[in-house]
Design a protein around this ligand. Structure first.
Ligand SMILES: [Zn+2]
Length: 167
C-alpha cells in the first residue's frame, strides 16, 4: 500500500479550505479552493524536499514553523475531570489511570507543523527537518515587528532544525 501523502489544512475566513494532499515529488499546487464559500487562494509554497521534508509553509512560503501535538484539548481535560469525579470511589487510582491515558494519547497522536504567519497546519510530512515547538519570541516579532518586547531575529533558514525554545 502506498504511503499516504502529507497534506495541509488551511483556515479560511468562513471555515476551512479543502485539505490539500501534496506529493513531495511533484510539489504543491498553485491554488486552493474553499469547500464552503468557494474562495480560491493562491499558494506560494515554500521549499519541500523530495523526502517530504518541510522547509517552509506550503501556503505562504514563510520558513518559520512550529510543531505541536494534535490533541483535542477537550479530550485531555475530559479525562482528567472524569478521573477527579471518580477519585473518591476508586481510592484515587483513577487519577493515575488518567495520567497514564493522557500520556499514552500524547505519545500516539500525530504531530502538526503550523505556520507562524498564516496558521496553516501541515500534517504527515517527514520528521526532518524538525521544527521546534511554539516560541513566543518568534510569534511576537512577526506580530509586532520592531516593537516586539521579546522578539528575536529570524535564524537563517527559519526554524528548520532550530533548537527548542528555552522557556
Ligand atoms: Zn504560512
Amino acid at each position: 500500500m502506498p504511503k499516504a501523502l502529507p497534506w495541509i489544512d488551511v483556515p479560511c475566513d468562513c471555515d476551512r479550505y479543502t485539505p490539500l494532499r501534496i506529493d513531495p515529488a511533484r510539489g504543491s499546487d498553485d491554488t486552493l479552493a474553499c469547500r464552503e464559500c468557494g474562495e480560491v487562494k493562491t499558494l506560494t509554497p515554500g521549499k519541500l524536499d523530495e523526502a517530504g521534508g518541510l522547509w517552509g509553509c506550503q501556503v505562504c512560503g514563510h520558513p518559520e514553523l512550529y510543531t505541536s501535538k494534535d490533541m483535542p484539548k477537550a479530550l485531555g481535560i475530559g479525562i482528567v475531570v472524569i478521573a477527579a469525579i471518580l477519585a473518591p470511589w476508586t481510592n484515587y487510582i483513577s487519577l493515575f489511570v488518567a495520567a497514564a491515558l493522557d500520556f499514552a494519547l500524547w505519545y500516539l497522536l500525530p504531530e502538526t507543523v503550523s505556520c507562524y504567519l498564516c496558521e496553516t497546519e501541515h500534517r504527515g510530512f517527514a520528521s526532518k527537518p524538525k521544527h521546534p515547538r511554539f516560541d513566543l519570541q518568534v510569534s511576537d516579532r512577526l506580530k509586532y515587528g520592531k516593537k516586539a518586547v521579546m522578539g528575536k531575529p529570524m535564524r537563517e533558514g527559519g526554524t528548520a532544525n532550530a533548537p527548542e525554545p528555552e522557556h
